[in-house]
Ligand binder design. Sequence first.
Ligand code: NI
Length: 269
Amino acid sequence: MRPELQVEKKTDMIIDTHAHYDSEDFDQDREILIESFPGKGIEKVLNAGASAASAWKGLEMAERWPQMYCALGVHPNELEGLSEEVLKEFAEKSVHPKVAAIGEIGLEYHYEEPPRDVQKTWFRRQIALAKEVGLPIIVHSRDAVKDTLDVIREEHAEEAGGVIHCFSAGPEVAEIYVRMGFYIGVGGVVTFKNGRKLKEVVQAVPMDRILLETDAPYLAPVPHRGHRNSSLFLPLVAEAVAELRGISRQEVIDITRENALRCFPKLAD
Ligand code: NI
């Protein structure tokens, strides 16, 4: 073949809408890994805040690397460090071009602590913050389907919009969120043998409402299940979604990329 006919390999341009690269699991190779993304088809990554400290680390990474963006927020299991003062600092930083969302926020009833009413109070407060600063939310909901939906409805969280991350409820609940304008976060679980419910959700919701996410370092897709996850494994999730929808992997990547930019407008800049 003449050299001028050789087409440059098309990059995948995947957006990972949920990862935790501030995690100590990446302390050994964070720089190498993040700097490898552009050459490996990972275009952009949205780092979600877990604790307040982790949210600030996410902002540092976003300031350092063009491919990194961050969400500021505190996970229901990390509420000890949260205060009105912290929320005020989040509000001040929300205008930063690399701060794309408020999250992850929500309800985690898998564990007894912190008490449910405390979780709900801070979930409501952080939804209010997102509406106030005009950013979408990243919602964490585990074993708390009804309460999450109740809080979201009562607080009119649809005015902020965003994603129900690591979606774990059934297709009926997914359709309620989609009708409210939310996106459905799909990650490694869709490749698991026991991920039947999520597979049904992926087949039921409109393709323009699905976001790809890793939740790295957690929930690595098959065949890496049980090992450290990273955005480099996201093509495996795209592949599983493609199979369930009967379209190509590249179509899944292209459509979910558009979805990510619509859900999180700051990722487009
Ligand atoms: Ni997460």
